[in-house]
Design a protein around this ligand. Structure first.
Ligand code: AHR
Ligand code: AHR
Length: 482
C-alpha cells in the first residue's frame, strides 16, 4: 500500500500526489519527475525501480553525469495531471527569465529511502513550482487534507515555504484564498512555542499556528530531519498535525474552529497548487520537499495515522553518498585534496586569509599542515550540510564572498552561516566529494589557478570555466595533515 491507497480506503482520495522519492500508490509505475540537463537542454523522466517502489535515482545519475540537472516537472501520480512546473510571476516576480521562479537543482537533496538512493526537491530562495489549472482540488469551503515530508533542518524566516492550495492567478486575493502547509520560522504573521521552526497553515495574509492571529502555545517548534507535516480544513474546522517521518506517531497541534479573524470562515480556496513559495509568488523562503499529497474530503486522524505508519515504514534516511568512511562526521579533522590530474598533491588551505591550494607533503612545515586542516562542523546554516572550521584559527570558517573562498571569523549572521555551509554529494568526476554552496546550489567549491571559489559549470567569470570543472570541483576527503 501507498499513502494514497490509505487515503482512498478512508474515502478521502488523493487528488494530487507529488514525490521525487517514491511511488505513493502501490500500483504506480509511471514517472515521478522530469529533469533537464544543462549540457544539451534535453529532458529525462525519472521513474520507479518497480511498481509502488522508490525512485530510480541511477537514471538521473547517468543522465546528469558531468553536467547540471534541474527538476522541470514533478508529476501527479493521482491520474488528474495536477503536475507541478516552474512557477510563473504573480504578485511578485521570480529571478528567472520572464519573472518565473527558479527550478530546483536535481542533485541538491540526496537521501535514501528504504536503502535506495533518491533525491528531494531543494528549494533555495527564488525557487518555486506551481499549477494554476488543476483538476479536483478543493475550492471555496470544500474539505481537503494535505501532508508533506520536509527536511525539518532546512528552513528560514522568508515568505513562504508552502505546499498546498493557493490562488489560481498567483496573486494575493485576500483572506481565506489559500490553504497550504507552511514550514519555517517567519514570525511576521503567526508563531508557536519556542523559536521555531513551526508547521503553520498559510490561509493568505496570515500563517496560522492555531485559532489566534499571532501566538498559539500549542504549536511547538519542530525540526526532525525528516518531518511529516499536515494541514486539513473543512467548514469552520481545521487542524495542524506533525511528527517524525522516521519514527513514531503524529501529534495534533491544533484541532478546532477557523481563526478568530475576519475573512477565514467560510474559506475561499481557489484550488491552485504551490510548492516552495507564497500564494502571491513570494520567493523568499527555503526548504526541502520529498513527497506530499492533497486529498478530496477531510481525512480522519485514523487515516493520517496509517499514512504516518506507511511513511515510517518507507525508511527515509540521510545519504552517505560522496562521504567516505564517515570522515565528514562533525568534529573530525580532515584535509581536502584536489583530484584534477596534475594537481592531486594540492590541498585546500588558507593563506593570508584567502583559501588557496598548496602542495602539502609530509615534509611541509607545521604552519602549512595546520593551514590545510579543517574541522568538520554541522553546517552553520543547515545540519544536513557541513561547515569547515580552521584548525589553527578556531572560530574561523571557510566562507565565500563574491564567489571566492576565504577563512573568516563567524560573525553570527545568517549570511555568514549560509556562505560557510556546503552540501556534500558524490564527486562530479566520480572521485571523492563535491560540495554545493548552500545558498548558491548550482555552484561548487572549485580550485582555479590555485585559488578556491564557488563556481558554476560554465558562466561569466573566468573561474566558472567548463574546462576541467568536473575535476576541479571533486575533492578527496583525506586524513588531516595536522
Ligand atoms: O499568508 C502569508 C503570505 O502572504 C502568502 O503566502 C502570500 O500570498 C502573502 O504575501
Ligand atoms: O591565513 C592566515 C595565515 O597567513 C596563515 O596561517 C599563513 O599561511 C599566512 O601567513
Amino acid at each position: 500500500q501507498g499513502p494514497c491507497d490509505i487515503y482512498a480506503a478512508g474515502a478521502t482520495p488523493c487528488v494530487a500526489a507529488h514525490s521525487t522519492t517514491r511511488a505513493l500508490y502501490a500500483n504506480y509505475n509511471g514517472p515521478l519527475y522530469q529533469v533537464r540537463r544543462s549540457s544539451d537542454n534535453t529532458t529525462r523522466d525519472i521513474g520507479v525501480l518497480s511498481a509502488g517502489g522508490v525512485a530510480n535515482a541511477a537514471t538521473q545519475d547517468s543522465f546528469c553525469a558531468n553536467t547540471t540537472c534541474l527538476i522541470t516537472i514533478i508529476y501527479d501520480q493521482s491520474g488528474r495531471n495536477n503536475r507541478l512546473t516552474q512557477a510563473p510571476p504573480g504578485g511578485f516576480s521570480g529571478p528567472a527569465a520572464g519573472g518565473y521562479d527558479n527550478l530546483a537543482v536535481a542533485t541538491a537533496a540526496p537521501i535514501t529511502v528504504g536503502g535506495h538512493k533518491a533525491y528531494g526537491v531543494y528549494v533555495a530562495p527564488g525557487t518555486g513550482y506551481r499549477n494554476n489549472a488543476t483538476n479536483g482540488v478543493a475550492k471555496g469551503d470544500q474539505p481537503e487534507g494535505m501532508y508533506a515530508i520536509f527536511d525539518g533542518t532546512h528552513y528560514n524566516g522568508g515568505c513562504c515555504f508552502d505546499y498546498g492550495n493557493a490562488e489560481t492567478n498567483s496573486r494575493d486575493n485576500g483572506n481565506g484564498t489559500m490553504e497550504a502547509i507552511y514550514f519555517g520560522n517567519i514570525k511576521v504573521w503567526g508563531y508557536g512555542a519556542g523559536n521555531g521552526p513551526w508547521i503553520m497553515a498559510d490561509l493568505e495574509n496570515g500563517l496560522f499556528s492555531g485559532v489566534n492571529q499571532h501566538y498559539n502555545a500549542g504549536d511547538p517548534s519542530i525540526s526532525h530531519r525528516f518531518l511529516t507535516a499536515i494541514i486539513k480544513g473543512e467548514p469552520n474546522h481545521w487542524a495542524i498535525r506533525g511528527g517524525n517521518a522516521q519514527s513514531g506517531s503524529l501529534s495534533t497541534f491544533y484541532n478546532g474552529v477557523r481563526p478568530n479573524v475576519a475573512g477565514y470562515n467560510p474559506m475561499k480556496k481557489e484550488g491552485a497548487i504551490i510548492l516552495g513559495i507564497g500564494g502571491d509568488n513570494s520567493v523568499g523562503a527555503r526548504g526541502t520537499f520529498y513527497e506530499g499529497v492533497m486529498t478530496s474530503g477531510y481525512p480522519s486522524d485514523a487515516t493520517e495515522n496509517a499514512v504516518q505508519a506507511n511513511i515510517v515504514a518507507a525508511g527515509y534516511a540521510t545519504s552517505t553518498g560522496g562521504v567516505q568512511n564517515g570522515t565528514l562526521t562533525p568534529g573530525s579533522a580532515i584535509s581536502l585534496r584536489a583530484t584534477t590530474p596534475g594537481y592531486t598533491d594540492r590541498y585546500i588551505r588558507h593563506q593570508n586569509d584567502n583559501a588557496v591550494t598548496s602542495v602539502i607533503t609530509s615534509s611541509s612545515s607545521t604552519l602549512d599542515k595546520n593551514d590545510a586542516t579543517w574541522i568538520v562542523r554541522s553546517g552553520l546554516a543547515s545540519s544536513s550540510c557541513v561547515s569547515f572550521e580552521s584548525r589553527n584559527y578556531p572560530g574561523d570558517y571557510l566562507r565565500h564572498q563574491n564567489y571566492q573562498l576565504y577563512r573568516q571569523r563567524d560573525d553570527g549572521s545568517s549570511l555568514f552561516a549560509a556562505d560557510a555551509t556546503f552540501c556534500p554529494q558524490t564527486g562530479k568526476n566520480g572521485q571523492g566529494t563535491s560540495f554545493a554552496s548552500y545558498n548558491f546550489p548550482t555552484r561548487f567549491i572549485r580550485h582555479y589557478n590555485n585559488t578556491v571559489y564557488i563556481a558554476s559549470n560554465g558562466g561569466s567569470n573566468a573561474f566558472d570555466s567548463a574546462t576541467a570543472w568536473n575535476d576541479d570541483v571533486s575533492w578527496v576527503v583525506s586524513q588531516p595533515w595536522a
